[in-house]
Design a protein around this ligand. Structure first.
Ligand SMILES: [Zn+2]
Length: 329
């Protein structure tokens, strides 16, 4: 999240039919009105990564290496912000971080197209990998489900998370973040029925290391403080998508989070939890010719200086409609 807006966000729209079909199939409901389907389709992250990344790491690690050293990769990352974190280099798609392996896998899984008259090929983010890949991931985590090409949490998921208190510069700051995320989680619970569980008893076991400890198989994500690092340009926080690699399941809080006065802390974290639930940034999403961007959405970060600060990000009616369609209570 940055004051400058999210111009580098690579938003991904889904192929139209999948979600509509699955909404009908999965929930046994009459088809949603066309508009709701389009809205749902447009708002989700369809860039499938983790299952395919893990599969490639196991079966064809050389392909990942060769892609990472290719000019194609260099071209694909040229529009993204590189952040040099202690856990390694990450690329920022807006306020969602992607690892190099995930990006390489996305390049392999998606396809390139060369538009007429263009010198270089364009990564076709809208052309999605097959649903088989979604199932590959879902088989790894019992709390996930595949909806077409999109990976989402189960509608009855209980998302256990740990705030890494020892990573914060003070217990006061850790407590402030914990209180804000609990308010944000309560808002998501009200809208979706997905439960959140702040596991305070596990805090002492989450140390300075970066990866989620594999012992905590039922911990879905960790909330950490990250010091100023090369590439960080005043972003307030970073999140992940359900399809992100498990080792990337972290919400990172930056020093700027505590200095900013643009957003209420719980509003900002309601936005970050939106990414955790699978939603893309409204501002940057590709329209896909489906629905217009919703500037009142919790997933839209206003940059208009005339709006009084702090802005309290919250769900609008379209948010509630789409959340209810994807995560029915
Ligand atoms: Zn965002």
């Amino acid at each position: 999240v940055s004051r400058r807006g999210l111009v580098i966000t690579v938003a991904v729209a889904l192929a139209g039919g999948g979600v509509g079909w699955l909404l009908g199939q999965q929930f046994g409901r009459p088809p949603q009105p066309q508009k709701v389907q389009a809205e749902v389709t447009n708002r989700l992250d369809g860039l499938l990564n983790a299952g395919f990344t893990e599969w490639l790491r196991k079966h064809d690690p050389e392909l990942i290496s060769s892609i990472k050293s290719s000019s194609l990769f260099a071209y694909a990352v040229s529009g993204l912000t590189l952040i040099d974190l202690p856990k390694g280099v990450r690329y920022a798609r807006g306020d969602v971080l992607v690892s190099e392996d995930e990006l390489a896998a996305a390049i392999i899984a998606t396809q390139f197209r060369r538009k007429s008259g263009e010198e270089r090929p364009t990564l076709d983010w809208d052309r999605q990998p097959t649903p088989d890949l979604a199932n590959l991931l879902v088989s790894w985590n019992k709390h996930l489900r595949a909806v077409g090409n999109v990976v989402l949490w189960d509608v009855r998921a209980r998302l256990k998370y740990v705030v890494a208190t020892s990573s914060f510069p003070s217990t006061t700051k850790a407590a402030a973040v914990k209180a804000a995320i609990e308010t944000a989680a309560a808002a998501w619970y009200d809208a979706s029925g997905v439960r959140w569980d702040c596991a305070t008893d596990l805090e002492s076991r989450v140390g300075a290391g970066w990866a989620v400890d594999p012992l905590f198989v039922d911990v879905e994500f960790v909330v950490r403080y990250v010091e100023q690092a090369p590439g960080l340009r005043g972003e307030y926080a970073f999140a992940f998508f359900p399809a992100s690699l498990r080792s990337e399941h972290e919400i990172l809080i930056t020093p700027a989070f505590f200095l900013q006065t643009d957003y209420t802390p719980h509003g900002l974290l309601t936005h970050e939890l939106g990414h955790v639930m699978g939603f893309v940034d409204e501002r940057g999403r590709s329209s896909g010719g489906l629905t217009p961007v919703d500037p009142q959405s919790v997933m839209f970060l206003p940059t208009d200086p005339s709006i009084p600060r702090p802005i309290n990000l919250r769900f609008d009616r379209l948010d509630e409609t789409t959340i209810g369609a994807i995560y029915p209570k």
